[in-house]
Design a protein. Structure first.
Length: 301
């Protein structure tokens, strides 16, 4: 399959992350400095930084510039959390790891990885965020809700919604905003994009029949409402039921970049520069799968 359109490319920037009996989403961020591009995998701390073994998966290249549908490459490690660097602020639920060593390990075994990365240039500038993004914007996010995906083609699920708080504002004083969308466990780590298909506004100008895609953040959690149900008995016991409110919490692109910068700093290299020497990832098990071996459930977000 050739991957040409922006929407098609969104399908191949994500990765299914599995740790024990849990699952979530990660995505590829292309850290760029001049002509150097270093691919980095980004997800949430609560998805990746758990004790014990874990794995992530990427699509397989067909060798001629396209993707081989229905085939993926799994990268497993016994101490999965050790691969990741978290955001320096403990409460910011983001983590990152270099993708290059895994791609090189796969190439050494004759396997070719296919991916599309989110580039720095897809992020809104401060001026765009303040002046061109409206209080309500249509969004798309890509991932593996409840660990669901197309098992025949091994592609993720895309979902739509709207911003529920302005992207330019820090919700509750944090580097977050809300989206009005169906966010489920497994969506943790999903990249979020403003996706204008047939036109958009910048300031007082409307750009008719023009498309715009901006990377604006990463899904981290969802608001939950506790409902009380009554069973008609003499004691009237109460049952609390957690209901998802369809309000997802998203860390913004600035927090993502801070996380990636922390990863580079931890390895002593400037942002966007290739680590020298290339970090060695030991004890990595690489397998090629046509279908996942299990259907894990994500921990509550």
């Amino acid at each position: 399959m050739r991957v040409n359109t922006p929407a098609q490319q969104l399908l191949f920037c994500t990765s299914l992350v599995q740790t024990g009996t849990t699952a979530g989403t990660a995505f590829v961020w292309n850290a760029q400095s001049g002509s150097s591009v270093v691919p980095v995998l980004v997800t949430n701390k609560h998805v990746a930084m758990q004790s014990g073994p874990g794995s992530f998966s990427l699509a397989t290249s067909d060798g001629v510039g396209g993707v081989k549908l229905g085939e993926r490459i799994d990268f497993a490690h016994r101490d999965f959390a050790s691969l990741w660097t978290g955001h320096p602020t403990a409460e910011v639920d983001l983590a990152a790891t270099f993708l290059g060593p895994f791609i090189n390990n796969a190439a050494a075994t004759g396997r070719s990885v296919f991916w599309k990365g989110v580039a720095d240039e897809l992020c809104p500038t401060d001026d765009v965020a303040e002046n061109d993004l409206d209080a309500i914007e249509p969004i798309v996010f890509v991932g593996y809700p409840n660990a669901l995906f197309d098992k025949a083609n091994l592609t993720p699920i895309t979902r739509r919604g709207y911003t529920a708080t302005p992207i330019s504002l820090n919700y509750n004083g944090l580097s977050t905003f809300l989206i009005d969308a169906s966010v489920f466990p497994g969506s943790s780590g999903s990249p979020v994009f403003v996706y204008n298909e047939s036109g958009y506004r910048t300031g007082g100008t409307f750009h008719l029949a023009q498309q715009r895609i901006l990377f604006v953040g990463v899904v981290a959690a969802v608001h939950i409402q506790k409902d009380t149900g009554n069973i008609v008995t003499t004691t009237l016991p109460r049952i609390e039921v957690n209901q998802l409110m369809d309000l997802g919490i998203v860390y913004n692109w600035r927090a993502v970049r801070e996380t990636v910068e922390a990863l580079f700093a931890a390895h002593g290299v400037p942002y966007g520069a290739a680590p020298q020497p290339t970090p060695v990832v030991t004890e990595v098990e690489i397998t090629t799968q046509g279908e996942p071996p299990r259907r894990p459930d994500d921990v509550p977000m």
